[in-house]
Design a protein around this ligand. Structure first.
Ligand code: GDP
Ligand code: MG
Length: 370
């Protein structure tokens, strides 16, 4: 793609030419519909639509599924499942996450300092599983609101002594809307008041029918507190992963999603990224939401410095000019100049849209007062 006319670019992006002309105008480029655009300008506009200009193809990074399928099947390899834990308050989500992490991470990685980066990986039978430990509901709502899909499997934690509660149903609805398979962990089995049959009965009413009752939902009785049943829960996760065949290409430039981000006094903008396809490397020029930079340092969930991170791996990075938001996409570019241009254009456009939102709000307020 050495050059395209405004009309051709609009067509590729499935937009009206007038919209592209407006975008260009905001970027300080005056253009007419039949004007031919150079690569730089194309990339600026494409960046606004989350599109990477790659040879002849314009790839939409809002659709990570497409990125995976755009990869030749021969380049795809199995990747770890990405799991979110959801359920009603006090049913044991945090205890389960801690329990899995403590038993599994330390096994092979003795001495590793566990560090909270919003996600972690464990090894089970030589295979890895990635857990997001941001609160499940928040992760789903903020990320889905931003169009990001990060979760492969949801673990629905239901306390056996309490049964289905409002946030249990909310969790089911989130997972169903996102078309994410659900594994039910019937927790607190160590308690005398535990009544797993009641949990199965109640969940059946919400369409989650256990395999033993002729349905296809996996139920795993566990105690997050004693650790009982957790190994078999992890094996169930591996099983679902095998059936669903989650794959990625580890030999391309990385794309993925921000899990969490904040400003650190010493290190500046710090973001936990989940690599969803490709391989992220230290030094990569990157655009993350409306921020950009070069990956300065990468730290894994054990607090260790790493040089690269493959598919389904969570890493904390520094080197961005701004703090991105959870759910923002990231994409690695060929060179820093392009990353900077796209990042700056995206920030500019966000500013412009914020300004127009502001003026709309002002108008609305005006009408309210009348
Ligand atoms: P969350 O709100 O879902 O994150 O729930 P927590 O993990 O904070 O657990 C709520 C309470 O239930 C805590 O006091 C835990 O110690 C307790 N708890 C969690 N899992 C179990 C379990 O398997 N058995 C028992 N007896 N208590 C549990
Ligand atoms: Mg909790």
């Amino acid at each position: 793609t050495e050059s395209l006319t405004v009309a051709e670019l609009a067509k590729k992006l499935h937009r009206e030419p007038s919209e592209i002309i407006k975008k260009l105008f905001m970027l300080g480029v005056m253009a007419t519909i039949n004007q031919s655009l150079e690569k730089d300008a194309i990339e600026l506009v494409a960046g606004e639509y989350n599109v990477e200009v790659e040879e002849e193809i314009l790839v939409d990074i809002t659709d990570l599924e497409a990125l995976v399928t755009n990869d030749d099947e021969a380049n795809l390899i199995e990747r770890p499942s990405v799991v979110t834990i959801m359920g009603h308050v006090d049913h044991g989500k945090t205890t389960l996450l801690d329990s899995i992490r403590n038993t599994k991470v330390t096994e092979g990685e003795a001495g590793g300092i566990t560090q909270h980066i919003g996600a972690y990986q464990v090894a089970v039978n030589d295979k890895k599983i990635t857990f997001l430990d941001t609160p499940g509901h928040a992760a789903f709502t903020t990320m889905r609101a931003r169009g990001a899909k990060v979760t492969d499997i949801t673990i629905l934690v239901v306390a056996a002594d309490d049964g289905v509660m409002p946030q249990t149903i909310e969790a089911i609805n989130h997972a169903k809307a996102a078309e994410v398979p659900i594994i039910v962990a019937v927790n607190k089995m160590d308690k005398p008041a535990a009544n797993p049959d009641r949990v199965m009965q109640e969940l059946t009413e919400h369409g989650l029918v256990p395999e033993s009752w002729g349905g296809d939902t996996i139920f795993a009785p566990i105690s997050a507190k004693t650790g009982e049943g957790i190994d078999s829960l992890l094996e169930m996760i591996l099983l679902v992963g095998e059936v669903e065949e989650y794959k990625a290409n580890p030999n391309r430039k990385a794309v993925g999603t921000v899990i969490e981000a904040q400003l650190d006094k010493g290190r500046g903008s710090v973001a936990t990224l989940l690599v969803q396809n490709g391989n992220l490397k230290v030094g990569d020029p990157i655009v993350v939401g409306n921020s950009f930079g070069r990956v300065r340092a990468m730290v894994n969930d054990l607090g260790r410095r790493v040089k690269e991170a493959g598919p389904s791996t969570p890493v904390e990075i520094t080197g961005l000019n701004e703090v991105p938001q959870a759910g923002d996409r990231f994409i690695v570019f060929e060179d820093e100049k392009t990353a900077r241009q796209v990042g700056e254009a995206r920030a500019q456009i966000q500013l412009a849209s914020q300004r127009s939102e502001k003026s709309r709000v002002t108008l609305d307020t005006l009408f309210e007062q009348m």
